[in-house]
Structures are given as C-alpha cells and as structure tokens.
Design a protein around this ligand. Sequence first.
Ligand SMILES: [Zn+2]
Length: 271
Amino acid sequence: MKRKTIFALTASFVLAACSQNPFTGKKTLALVPNSQILPMAFQQYDQFLTENKVITNTADANMVKNVGRKIATAAERWLNANGYAGYLKDYKWEYNLVQDDAVNAWCMPGGKIVVYTGILPVTKSETGLAVVMGHEVAHALANHGQQRMSAGQLQQIGAVAGNVALSDNAEAQQIFNTAYGVGSQVGVMLPFSRSHETEADKIGLTLMAIAGYNPDEAPELWKRMKAKSGGQAPPEMLSTHPSSDTRIKNLTAWAGDAKAEAKKFGVTKFK
Ligand SMILES: [Zn+2]
C-alpha cells in the first residue's frame, strides 16, 4: 500500500515537471502551464464571440455543435482507454459557427472552437466538417499553439498570465491569437510547421474515425481545399495549414489504421 502511494506521488511529480503528451508521445515542458493558458484562452474566445456574429439554431450551427461534441467525446474515450482519464478535465468544450466568408476554422486550448461559414462550401458534408474539426482539435490536444511561440513570446505571455487581462496588453494578445490561428488579417497568419501538420492529421484522423466519421473522406477534403488555392483569394486555412500532395498521400495511407483504432472502440460503421 505504502509503496504504491509513494509511486503515485513520484509519478504525478514527474508528470507535472515534464509532461508527456498522450497524443504525440512527446515529452514537452510547458513553460506557461495550462492553469494559466486556459483562462486566457477562455477570455480571448469570449471576446472573439462578442466581436463576431455567432450563428445559432440553424442546421449548419447545429451540425458544428454536433460534430464538435462527437470529436470531443472521441478524444475523451481515447484518453480513458489509454490510461489518461481526467487529462482534459479543465477543458470547457465549445463549438461555434461564425458568420465570416473566410475559409477557416480554429481551436484554442481548452476546446474552444470556431468554424467560419466560409469553410462550409469546402467541407460540403458533416463528414468533411469532421475532418476539419478533428484536425483543429488535434492541434489543441498536441499543444502546438504554445510550441509555436518563441521563448521570448512565451515569457511575455507568462508575464501577463495571471496578472492582467490579456485584452489589456495588445502585444501579448496578438502573440496569443497568432499562435492559435485566430484572425483572418493577412500578415498575422503563421503557418504550422510540417511536423505539426502531420501530427494533427494523424491524431485528427483517429478522432474522426472513433467519432464514427469515414476517414477516407479526409484526403478528399484536402483535395477540395487545394483546388481552391489557385484562385485570387486562397483559403485562409491554407495560410495556417499549408497543404501538399504529401498530406493527401499520408491521409490516404493512414485511413486504414484509423479505422482499426476505431474498431477497438466498437466503431465499425462510418458516416
Ligand atoms: Zn493544421
């Protein structure tokens, strides 16, 4: 008994100091802990919603909430099955459709998702939307946003965290929004690295499959996205998520693995 308790204490100490991300398997040192980042994200998210037109009670708005809930449930189920129950206990999932022609979507830490109406003609179906939302949620779960900040930027955010409202510090606010892909102004869009994109694709594919959506649709979505890149106004989504034939090839190759993972959760039929 006693030995077990000591082991548990030691394990939780190690976890806090340098936590291994269950989704990427990588050990990352969170310089600004979730306890400080999450309240900032919640505050920024609420501010974004007050400054933009949120669509409610339409078929599309309900679809966004429905897909979001299923992706979130898939993430929780996967974590519970892999020994990480409670990992997302501080998440406050929210899924909103915002009136904006931008072909974009993002997820802040803590599960705060925005889908722009402009992306719906590209996602086309509930499954297409699940591809995008699975991918965005995956970026949040893999903690990519914070990894995109430089040491100096993290220090700046860290200094603001817990003291002043982020909205009182324009510079810190911009660092935060850029890191999490918020905003559609040209010039502040920062592309995710290729390795982050690959991680998000892989995790997102598994999540959508566990949620009951056909992972074979993922490469199709990115083909449609890519087809729009040649025009006068390329999708904002592509500025933050640069696409390539490699992505489409990878997603096609990984769809089978995602289905096999879903089968472990009793999911064998896909929408
Ligand atoms: Zn991405």
